[in-house]
Design a protein around this ligand. Sequence first.
Ligand code: FMN
Length: 360
Amino acid sequence: MRLFNEVKIGNHTLKNSMVMSAMTRSRANIQGVVGDLTELYYTQRASAGMILTEAINISEQALGSPFTPGIFTQEQIDAWKKVTNAVHANGSLIYAQLWHTGRVAHSIDRNGILPVAPSAIAIQGGKHFTAQGPQDYEIPRALTTEEVKEIIQDYGQAALNAIEAGFDGVQLHGANGYLPHQFLAENANQRTDEYGGSIENNSRFMLEVMHTLIQAIGGERVGIKLSPFQPYGGIVLDNPVATFTYLIEELNKMDFAFAELMKRSPAFPLLPSYPDIDELEFFGPKIKAAVIANSSFTKESGEAALEKGLAKAISYGVLFLANPDLPKRFELDAPLNQADRMTMFGGGEQGYTDYPFLAQ
Ligand SMILES: Cc1cc2nc3c(=O)[nH]c(=O)nc-3n(C[C@H](O)[C@H](O)[C@H](O)COP(=O)(O)O)c2cc1C
């Protein structure tokens, strides 16, 4: 099966074509420092061809939720070193997913400081998980042009820190309604400077961040995650097909390792103004970099996407969360552990490092 074949992505050869997708688990300490359990959690999943870490805050300003890790203090970097060493010793590759949450945040967990965003527009409806329970979203503070440029530099520094921490590369979290995605969406970005007001301007932030990451650590160590039709975080684009087509054309002018394309998850209905097309089939062939397909894949549908040439690898989220030995289970057609939703975010080893392996 193609899922079990080696595949080259960037300068790396993955031992199989199964990637673990990024999953926030909120088990760092309050300083954003990961510990021994996180080392164990990723080591247990080192049978993946490549691991994409949970989203990691690039700066103090980037933080949206408590107990999410960072990569901007020396203590955080040193803690990640233990994780990357252990994953490498167990034969896998590990990329750091770089995160700025923008307006998907709350001042309760930011020392009373309001979240920042392209424009002062709050997420409508829904609640944000905070240290003091679920809260309504606040109206974020709009970033100045100067601050936008500083954030782009913060991404570059975070990439350098990731390399210092021993990561094989970084993935820009450009999906799921966080800051880069907020810039793309007209309902979150009403800026009148060069970072808003047109498809070209709305795309500028993401493109400049990618350019900066590539300059910092080399394109063969850089990837991105995109979720064109995912409305998570209250994201609505006026014309998602036109915006993502332009974005992809511009990304294709850069050399980088991979784009993880996340299809809209069935948990979210298609927005009435969006076209009912398969994002992987529509956008995938337009992407020059290696495509990693994501969302709701099974063994069979993942294999079919590889067969059709729609992707070079498949990333699995929840299945890897609950099955540390997922490739082995696929190979043997063994039963799969079911994920426990109650222990996904926060807590200790329960629902984190205690999912059973197949008996030897
Ligand atoms: C608990 C949990 C946390 C997640 N956190 C992140 C994250 O930090 N970054 C990200 O890009 N996606 C995140 N996701 C989305 C997954 O990476 C993936 O795109 C999604 O679960 C769909 O893939 P799947 O159907 O194989 O699980 C998260 C998903 C889950 C279940």
